[in-house]
Design a protein around this ligand. Structure first.
Ligand SMILES: O=C(O)c1ccccc1NCC(=O)[C@H](O)[C@H](O)COP(=O)(O)O
Length: 408
């Protein structure tokens, strides 16, 4: 690993020395053997923690390695392709080690896919622990990795940044939540525009995102959350853009699985006012880095946690204004709204009050007693999808959710 770091530094890369490098035993490349057929011709484009597409100068003291440049060869592998692959593999391993040292179970997709194995004249790919996603969240993230790589090839950051000049102005997402809470005395609603989900399948066949958004706004939602993932939620960035262009005044959260800063720029260009960052997926340094990028672009961040460890990590990060507590375990689909209460008890709740952080209760909220329960636990906002989107009139669903009309 030391060798990896020094080779990265010696090439023309942006690497800030303030990055925390945990004491990992150096790898021994001489013991690593890769079948020749496992090696591809693609150029290495690696980034520590996977957020490697934004300009290093922009989030000043924060990290990064991004290299298409010459790389110092160092192993027994004879050609430069294999050296690049070994380097990719090492960076991947380094990334996963940092993540797991923070209790993150979701691994990033291995860069090369499963190795080929030979049995006599045949070859096949072995499926094993290392190359198969272990749960739905990991699968989504691995798929997202492939998706984002392709999108980045089609639209480079440079082009996206030019698009920023024509992007609509951002609206104050946090301000809208505070104002709604002050006006109604009830948790401010972030109403979710979601056609389907991995746990519930298709929620609404007759799905018109703009009409649903208009109904939510009319029904008293403070902000909207728009799913943009296509494969698992049947959402899209076109939906986000259409809702923004339809003149909806509620600020919009881009509900995406963000693993790369490129996605933040893309969301901004498509009209988002806020971005979701999931602590189960992103190491601390990525969260800090992405918050900086968001601030620079005028976007709010909703940092989502599910357990105490994630909450403690996030409370250790400066500048957090919104924390979402997801009552759904994204690895198992289990939903339990008492999770919100558990995470807001004692010293954690105290710290949140002191920092004036708005907590958003997410998932599994269906009726007024669910809403009161999480409000008593300390939330000042709720993020609700299924129970609203399934109603014939999703706007009227809001009144049923709160037990009264909150649009007035
Ligand atoms: O909902 C899922 O099945 C799911 C699976 C994997 C990752 C995320 C998932 N959902 C995202 C959410 O947490 C919800 O869309 C959101 O909190 C609203 O929940 P609900 O009101 O229960 O629809």
């Amino acid at each position: 690993m030391e060798r990896l770091m020094s080779s990265s530094i010696s090439s023309k890369t942006h690497f800030k020395s303030s990055i925390f490098v945990p004491p990992i035993a150096p790898l021994e490349p001489k013991r690593v053997w890769f079948p020749q057929t496992w090696l591809s011709k693609s150029p290495v484009r690696c980034s520590l923690m996977g957020s490697g597409s934004a300009d290093a100068g922009e989030a000043s003291e924060i990290k990064k390695v991004e290299s298409n440049d010459e790389i110092v060869p160092f192993s027994t592998a004879s050609d430069s392709d294999s050296t690049l692959k070994i380097k990719e593999w090492e960076v991947q391993r380094f990334q996963d080690e940092i993540a797991s040292s923070q209790g993150i179970r979701i691994r990033r997709r291995p860069p090369t896919g499963p190795p080929l194995h030979y049995v006599g004249p045949f070859e096949f790919r072995l499926q094993n622990e290392g190359n198969t996603p272990r749960n739905i969240l990991e699968e989504i993230v691995w798929n997202k990795d492939k998706e984002v790589s392709k999108l980045k090839e089609r639209k480079q950051l440079y082009t996206l940044k030019k698009g920023l000049e024509n992007a609509p102005p951002t609206r104050d997402f946090v301000g809208a939540l505070r104002a709604s809470y002050a006006r109604t005395g009830l948790p401010a609603l972030i109403a979710e525009v979601k056609k389907a989900s991995p746990s519930r399948g298709v929620l609404r066949e007759n799905f018109n995102p703009v009409e649903i958004a208009q109904a939510y706004e009319k029904g008293g939602a403070a902000c909207l959350s728009v799913l943009t993932d296509e494969k698992y939620f049947k959402g899209s960035f076109e939906n986000l853009e259409a809702i923004r262009n339809a003149g909806i005044k509620c600020p919009l959260l881009c509900k995406e699985f963000v693993i790369d800063a490129w996605q933040i720029y893309y969301a901004r260009v498509k009209g988002a006012d806020a971005i979701l960052l999931i602590a189960a997926v992103l190491p601390d340094l990525d969260i800090k880095y992405m918050i900086k990028i968001c601030k620079m672009l005028g976007l709010a961040t909703l940092v989502e946690v599910h357990d105490e460890r994630e909450m403690d990590r996030v409370l250790g990060i400066d500048g957090i204004e919104l924390i979402g507590i997801n009552n759904r375990n994204l690895e198992t689909f289990e939903v339990d709204i008492s999770n919100t209460q558990k995470l807001l008890e004692g010293v954690r709740g105290e710290m949140i009050r002191q920092k004036d952080i708005i907590v958003v209760g997410e998932s599994g909220l269906f009726n007024p007693s669910d809403v009161s329960y999480v409000q008593e636990a300390g939330v000042r906002s709720v993020l609700v999808g299924e129970s609203l989107v399934k109603q014939n009139d999703p706007g009227k669903g809001i009144a049923s959710l709160f037990g009264k009309d909150i649009s007035l």
